[in-house]
Design a protein around this ligand. Structure first.
Ligand code: MN
Ligand code: MN
Length: 314
């Protein structure tokens, strides 16, 4: 089963200048062949289909645990797209190639690539053969990093840069994890393949804070009690830097999400968001919830619509 924590794995900036074309480009990192939906669903299906767990536990734990981290990555890609779409005026999008963000979605991310093609189950490779699947996963992480570098170059929006800076570092950890698994299973020297693509992340400014924090060395354990055997595979020296790899025995602390404002021109969450906020406030009161909204968001306050309505009610 899955638990959920309402925090982002990395910090993303609040909305600034809208960037509809950039948001369409970032969709490739969501629903493209090498996007986060693909990494998520590949490792999810491989872990669902995994046989002989008790005999080969460290490899199962590795794949299942990385799948959980990928769930948080699709959330970050969606958050980035939504941030870039915040403030877009729909009367201005006539020349934009990607109209589904407005005529189908409410300025929200879609499970599709940068051309609007829906994510596709044929992107999942779950053969049941462990060496085959791990080799595929190494290749998938490599393609995913190429895609992130290209999106980084194509988009200078601060949210896109923050996203790709973080995901390049985390994708590097997953590459190392699958490489280490293949080395331990077959004896192959995978370290010679690094870095791939051949651009060291240390040269990318948006990667640097994460590298300084050691995020390129850490594999988090995304479970209260399980997947403890990842330590048997994820260990030794990082193939690029020689630093010691480490398993962190808990999920990352994460960051509070940005609370993106309503977009009434696409009815998100309504043409009159204040009305829904008013209903919500009455329901909260009737349920005996505290006056102060319990959820935590990045701007700290319970600002915006909710506090306006609360003022009106009290
Ligand atoms: Mn990922
Ligand atoms: Mn990954």
């Amino acid at each position: 089963m899955f638990l959920r924590i309402d925090r982002w794995q990395t910090e993303l900036p609040p909305p600034s200048t809208p960037d509809p074309a950039g948001a369409a480009t970032v969709q490739e990192l969501m629903g493209g062949k090498f996007g986060e939906m693909s990494t998520l669903m590949n490792y999810t299906f491989q872990s669902f289909n995994y046989r002989f767990k008790q005999g080969t536990r460290p490899f199962y734990d590795l794949i299942a645990n990385i799948a959980a981290e990928e769930f948080g990555h699709i959330e970050l890609v969606a958050a980035t797209i939504n941030t870039m779409l915040t403030g877009v005026d729909i009367s201005d999008v006539d020349g934009e190639a990607y109209k589904h963000h407005y005529n189908f979605g409410g300025k929200g991310a879609l499970p599709a690539d940068s051309h609007g093609l829906p994510w596709n189950g044929t992107y999942v490779h779950s053969s049941g053969d462990l060496v085959e699947d791990l080799t595929h996963n190494y290749f998938l992480e490599t393609g995913a990093r190429s895609g992130k570098l290209r999106v980084y170059e194509m988009c200078d929006h601060p949210a896109a840069r923050a996203l790709t800076g973080y995901l390049l570092v985390r994708g590097g950890v997953h590459q190392v994890a699958y490489a280490r698994a293949l080395e331990k299973l077959t004896g192959a020297d995978m370290s010679k393949l690094f870095p791939s693509p051949r651009i060291p992340t240390a040269k990318i400014p948006e990667c640097q804070p994460h590298i300084e924090a050691g995020e390129h060395l850490k594999l988090y354990r995304f479970s209260p009690e399980d997947y403890r055997e990842i330590v048997a595979v994820f260990n030794g020296a990082h193939p690029e830097t020689g630093e010691e790899l480490q398993v962190v025995d808990h999920p990352p602390e994460g960051f509070p999400p940005q609370d993106l404002p309503p977009e009434p021109d696409v009815f998100a969450p309504d043409y009159a968001p204040d009305e829904i906020a008013e209903i919500a406030q009455k329901l909260r009161k009737a349920a005996g919830l505290p006056d102060k909204v319990t959820g935590i968001v990045a701007d700290g306050g319970n600002g915006g619509v909710v506090s306006k309505v609360k003022d009106k009610l009290t």
